[in-house]
Structure formats: structure tokens, C-alpha cells
Design a protein around this ligand. Structure first.
Ligand SMILES: [Zn+2]
Length: 370
């Protein structure tokens, strides 16, 4: 049976964050099951969403509650459970690839995530955070370019990949060419004179992307929906086409994360460019009962060797579990449908699910050599 195989598959969650430390009250929990960073209006609950219903359906039984238990009962049971280790272990993930660059102090680090989950955990280093760190250590602007290269060498010694949030900080409609040293110095000067801090200058962001691409590690890019900092129409990966063409000769593998609602554009890019891969992480759990429909769209054009699994969970460990649980359910449903209509063999369905959930990531990140 395909679903038995998929349910038992040890997944590689190739883009994830830590689990939140300590208890969460209702407000705190509700704020972490939405991509909105605004206070939840008093007349609504974020439990009334695809993700909220999925939590009540799929997480409640792990706390000993009936499926679809109320949000109040759910949160009461949660308060008395060891939720991090419970949900992390139930996810069935062999390897977590952890982006430590977003509010890292509020959530478990790489080693702690490994301990709680009983899985392996590897670090993904966020480029923007490293330049911001360098700016706190280096007062001489002219020394920053070398200092950044040294810092990336140090930080990526044991790391498995790099990540960029240029989509958040600017958008993909940047000049795709590598900036000249003179342009970088001028931009650094401007940034330092305004007190440095959060890097949002398009010249610096694309310099970081190029510098990251030159490291040679797989480079993950946030694509598509996210929180209110984003201008969604500028996070369409089609805008990256020329940049992808320009970095192709470097041989660096580029991974488009989340991608919704541009997952069809991402699948097209993965189709035509040998160095482009994609996942539907974050998307899968946020669309909940619609996950099969959205995953099926990802499967239209993307070569099966280019699809990756991730949860992109940050915060409540329910998300680390749900990303996996909903992915398994949706993939089984979609591929079973292809088999039932006579288009795919059962063996091909098993093989493609295994590539998507595990083997593509093992190859891309060299996990079998770690
Ligand atoms: Zn993420």
C-alpha cells in the first residue's frame, strides 16, 4: 500500500526552525498559528483556519483527546504535556535542517532540537544575519567584504546550506548582475552612515546572494507568502529568472522554499533550470484540507528529482509534526489517485514519494556523507 509506505517513510525536513521553549497561553499560541504578525482581533480566533482545524484534527489525538477536540480542551491538555518531544518524535523525521537566523533565542537551537526529537539536526546559515553580525564587529567599512567572506567560511564549516530572505527585505525585482566592489563599498558606506542594523539595501542584498552562491552550498530562498513584511507580488520566483541564469555556471544549487501561490512558477523554473529545486513547506500545513490540491499543482511541471519536503515550522512543535502528517496524507491521496486512474504504476508512486520525502534531500545536501 502506498499510504503504508509514505506513513513509514523517514522524512528529511530540509527547512525548519526551532521549537518554542516554555509554555504558551492562548494568545501566544494563536499568534503562532498565523503568518500575520498583527494582534488577533478579539472577535476571531486563528483556530478558525485550515491550520487551526488541522491541529484539532491531527494533533489532539496525540494528547489523548478525540479528533476535533475544542480549542479550549486542546490548549488545556497541551499545557500538561511534554509537547516538544511528543510532536517532534511523532513527525517521523530522520534529519532536520535548521535555519537558525530567525528569532533564534526564542526557540530551541540545533543541538537541542536533535536531543528533543531523537533525530539528526544540521544548521542552515542565514546570509542577512551574518552580514548584520559582521557590521557589529567591524568598524572599518573597507574591511567588511573580507570580514564577511571569513565569517561565512567560519559559520559554514559545519553547516549544510545557506538561506536568503531577500524576498522579505526587498523583493526579487533586483538588478540580477553581481555588483562591483565599488558599488558594494558605496552601499556599505550608506548603510554604516545610517547606523547599519537591519540590511535592506538592494545592492547589499544581491551582493550577499552572490557571495552566498559562491560558497557552493545549497542556497535556500524564501519564495511566496509569509508575514506582513512581504510584498507578495515581488516574491514571485519568475522575477528571479535572469539571476538564476547568471548564477547557473557557478554550479550552486538553488532551492525555492514554500512558493505559494507561485508554486506553479517555481515548478516551471525547476523544470527548465538544472540547478533549481522547490518545496511546498509551510504551504502544506497552512492550506490544511486543501493540501492535496496544492501539492498536485506542484507535481504538474516539476521534475520529480527536484521536489523536497519541509515543514518550515517555527514555534509550536505541533507545526513540526503537522507539516509531516499533512504532507504524508496529501501525497498518498494525490499519487493514489494517479494510480487509480491508471496513469501511474503503484511502484512509480512509491518511488516518487520516496524521492520527494527523502532521497532528493539526501542527494542535494550530501546527508549520506554526514
Ligand atoms: Zn523558514
Amino acid at each position: 500500500m502506498l499510504s503504508d509506505h509514505v506513513d513509514g517513510l523517514a522524512l528529511v525536513d530540509h527547512h525548519v526552525h526551532g521549537a518554542v521553549k516554555g509554555p504558551l497561553d492562548r494568545t501566544g499560541f494563536e499568534q503562532l498559528i498565523t503568518e500575520s504578525d498583527r494582534p488577533v482581533p478579539p472577535w476571531m480566533s486563528t483556530f478558525d483556519s485550515q491550520l487551526g482545524l488541522a491541529i484539532r484534527r491531527y494533533c489532539a489525538p496525540l494528547l489523548g483527546l478525540p479528533a476535533h477536540a475544542s480549542a479550549d480542551d486542546y490548549l488545556a491538555a497541551r499545557a500538561h504535556a511534554d509537547v516538544n518531544s511528543l510532536f517532534l518524535r511523532a513527525a517521523g523525521v530522520s534529519d532536520y535542517l535548521v535555519d537558525t537566523g530567525y528569532l533564534g533565542d526564542a526557540v530551541t537551537g540545533v543541538d537541542e532540537l536533535a536531543k528533543l526529537s531523537g533525530s539528526r539536526a544540521h544548521e542552515v546559515v542565514r546570509l542577512e544575519a551574518e552580514l548584520e553580525y559582521v557590521s557589529t564587529q567591524e568598524s572599518d567599512v573597507a574591511a567588511v567584504p573580507d570580514a564577511l567572506v571569513r565569517r561565512l567560511e567560519e559559520r559554514t564549516g559545519g553547516a549544510i546550506g545557506l538561506k536568503s530572505i531577500v524576498a522579505y527585505r526587498y523583493g526579487f525585482d533586483f538588478d540580477p548582475a553581481e555588483p562591483s566592489s565599488a558599488d558594494v563599498l558605496t552601499a556599505l558606506d550608506r548603510w554604516y552612515s545610517s547606523g547599519a542594523g537591519r540590511v535592506a539595501d538592494p545592492v547589499l542584498l544581491r551582493w550577499l546572494l552572490w557571495t552566498g552562491a559562491r560558497r557552493g552550498l545549497p542556497l535556500q530562498l524564501h519564495v511566496g507568502f509569509g508575514d506582513t513584511e512581504l510584498q507578495l507580488h515581488r516574491a514571485d520566483p519568475a522575477l528571479l529568472t535572469e539571476w538564476l541564469r547568471l548564477v547557473e555556471p557557478l554550479g550552486t544549487q538553488v532551492v525555492l522554499l514554500h512558493c505559494y501561490p507561485f508554486h506553479r512558477n517555481a515548478a516551471y523554473l525547476a523544470h527548465v533550470f538544472p540547478h533549481v529545486h522547490l518545496d511546498l513547506g509551510l504551504t502544506t500545513m497552512y492550506v490544511g484540507a486543501r493540501a492535496a490540491a496544492v501539492l498536485a499543482e506542484g507535481l504538474e511541471l516539476a521534475p520529480f528529482a527536484k521536489l523536497l519536503y519541509s515543514s518550515d515550522a517555527w514555534g509550536p512543535a505541533e507545526l513540526h509534526f503537522l507539516g509531516a502528517a499533512l504532507w504524508r496524507r496529501a501525497v498518498s491521496s494525490v499519487l493514489d489517485g494517479f494510480v487509480a486512474q491508471g496513469d501511474w504504476s503503484a511502484d512509480d508512486a512509491v518511488r516518487v514519494a520516496t524521492l520527494w520525502g527523502r532521497e532528493n534531500a539526501v542527494r542535494l545536501y550530501g546527508l549520506d556523507q554526514r
